[in-house]
Design a protein around this ligand. Sequence first.
Ligand code: SF4
Ligand code: SF4
Length: 390
Amino acid sequence: MNQSQISAGIRRKAALARAPLSAALELTPMCNFSCKMCYVRRSPAEVREAGGLRDAGWWLDVARQARDCGLLFPLITGGEPMTYPELPRLLSGLRELGLLPSMNTNASLIGPAELKWLSRCPPVRFNITLYGAGDSGYGALCGDPGGFTKVDRAIRALRDAGYTLHLSASITPEDQDQLQGIIAYGRKLGIPVQVATYMFPPVRRREDCFGQNQRLSPEEAGRLQAMADFWQYPPQTFLRTARHYAAFVPLAQIDFDSLQPGPGEEMACTAGRCSCWVDWQGGLMPCGMNGEPRWSLDEMPFARAWDLARTHTEGVRACGVCQRCPNRDICHVCATMVYNETGTYQDRPLYFCRMTEAAAEQYRALAADMDGTALTEDGESGPLERECDF
Ligand code: SF4
Ligand code: SF4
């Protein structure tokens, strides 16, 4: 049994026990970068106006309550968590509670002084988002012309110190030209980069933006998804994924107008089943990409909010159209994608349909030039076995 199968097994057990095995703790919406496509970032003035940040004591109290409900893996996130003033105290406190925190970061603020205090209370894993493969990319996108140099230095120092690193990149119109360079950089370090070309409409920030985002066209997002796999993975791994997509039925051959939506599917990922998200203003949500529903931890203890989140999640029925679509077993659509794309849990998420079709076409075209005879069974895991890292 490999590590991801063990993790999936633990998550399944936690879901059965109705325990919040993991929880994202969104300490701050502030960031030292000012990336053009970012919808999370807020200025210090905006944060002050909205009531300010919660202090480490507040977060540790939430973490203790969550641990008593079953939390083991808190995920420290932001904004940029390294800008949170009490991060050392919070990380030590989480370890003292017996928890195993991981941390999302852009890594640009991790220098020698930070490495020193991090060594006393390190996260079990650093999830580092890359925004380019050189200083010019970071300058254009993040507003920090020396950004890549700092990030590269931090990544190498963390790797040399033996920490577990996970690299990711979210590809947008602004940094799509950096994708190949980012993958080459990960390869040079011996760390694969998890590439996301799908961007959720940021409905948590703006309620009127269902189906909208400053993102790639669906065709470009699908094409780059396949290209990223092609550039990154060994041929057999790529061909396994290509085979998964090979049975995609072209959208033009499906009569969506006369397709009767199904009753909807239960939530199948970890959200609200064994994971949740606590935002910087103290609200608990099943999924961090969807601000609704949300229960305030100022008004109730964690256990009550988690109970409400679980009960809500059990009642969600989503993806009614997708449920009847012949591509459902191929397509990685989820409840929040349908909601953020359409404003309902049932309609057809057109952007995601077109993106998946474009990905399938690109996988097919690339695989056509390769030898697929040694393919083994697909082994693609179900949604609960995949965990969102954002
Ligand atoms: S799979 Fe979808 S619903 Fe589940 S946590 Fe990820 S974005 Fe949210
Ligand atoms: S999102 Fe996927 S499953 Fe849903 S209708 Fe489109 S192609 Fe079919």
